[in-house]
Ligand binder design. Structure first.
Ligand code: DP6
Length: 325
């Protein structure tokens, strides 16, 4: 009863921001992402008869506390689905993601864990079922089941059976780049889970956010179909700014940005004024991702690397979905 899987992170171009059901992780809005080849998690799950609890190792370190509890709670769902409530596992997960720099690894982490655990326990799940399972570990992770451009359809049913990711365009469909700009000091103070909860509960701008999504989604899919970097980039950047605006109108208000975050945003907009089609997006943290086409690689990379407060720039291409090792 052992299996191993690998999954890449994804960056949302249309953000998932807010839940309508917390335990099942059902979103208020549909979202759309690009899976990235540069960052991934590899996870093995071994269900063993001699275990009476799960043992979780992350980057070879034995993990206890909240992080381990989240993994166990997720495996409880897999055990329940498989009808094997007493099957406990040893889990080894390796993150090829700069987590210490405040980089999200939950998307690749839960996608790899779901795939490996489902296979190891003998649960036959197609990609759609795998996406539904993965979603219950971390919402954005359900998109990492697929490569390339991926939409997470929010669904309407209360049991979550129609809330899953669907592929929009495969990893080799369009050769574009995403530069992940990593800040020197990037402690994530408000987790996305808490941040989105506070925003849904208190932000006066939240209803406007939800209302804006259908147009953004339709337009960005047109842009992807036309391989139009200007259109895709403009919509992604505007959608990111609108998401972050909701946090400023929350009570108490908050922001994920640091001064370097704003410097990077300005640099990208300055670059654009010189004719380089580069666009930024930012998740629930201070790091910035920059979208552009490969012919601008050198210029974009040089500009980003020279910003004070930038620790590193890691460039990704579109990545593949979950695979078994
Ligand atoms: C801003 O998927 O980390 O990155 O479902 O609570 O685990 P949970 O949240 P998570 O939130 C991601 C939010 C985001 C936008 C996005 O990836 O769509």
């Amino acid at each position: 009863m052992k299996a191993a899987a690998k999954a890449h992170t994804n960056i949302a171009l249309i953000k998932y921001w807010g839940k309508r059901d917390e335990p099942l992780i059902l979103p208020m809005n549909s979202s759309l992402s690009l899976t990235l080849d540069g960052f991934y998690t590899a996870t093995s799950v071994d269900f063993r008869n001699d275990l009476s609890t799960d043992h979780f190792y992350l980057n070879e370190q034995f993990v206890t506390g909240a992080e381990k509890n989240r993994v166990t709670a997720f495996l409880d769902r897999i055990r329940a689905a498989a009808g094997k409530p007493d099957a406990f596992a040893e889990i080894h997960s390796t993150n090829h993601v700069p987590t210490a720099a405040g980089f999200a690894s939950s998307a690749s982490g839960f996608a790899a864990l779901a795939a490996a655990a489902a296979k190891a326990i003998g649960l036959s799940a197609d990609e759609q079922q795998l996406s539904i399972l993965t979603r219950q570990g971390s919402g954005s992770a359900c998109r990492s089941v697929y490569g390339g451009f991926v939409e997470w359809e929010k669904g309407t049913l209360s049991d979550g059976s129609d809330s899953y990711a669907v592929p929009v365009a495969s990893a080799n469909y369009w050769d574009i780049r995403v530069a992940a700009v990593i800040l020197s000091s990037a402690e994530k103070k408000i987790l996305s889970r808490e941040g989105m909860r506070r925003t849904v509960d208190t932000s006066a701008y939240y209803p406007a956010w939800v209302d804006s999504i259908p147009n953004d989604l339709a337009a960005i899919k047109e842009g992807i179909a036309a391989k139009d970097i200007e259109k895709v980039g403009e919509i992604a950047e505007a959608n990111c700014l609108r998401m972050h605006a909701t946090t400023l109108a929350a009570n108490p208000p908050f922001s994920y940005w640091q001064s370097t975050t704003v410097s990077i945003m300005q640099t990208v907009q300055d670059l654009r004024a010189t004719g380089v089609p580069a666009f930024f997006t930012i998740d629930a943290g201070p790091n910035v991702k920059v979208l552009y086409t490969p012919e601008h690689e050198e210029k974009v990379r040089n500009m980003l690397q020279n910003i004070t407060g930038v620790h590193d720039v890691k460039v990704s291409k579109p990545g593949e979905g979950v695979s078994y090792i």
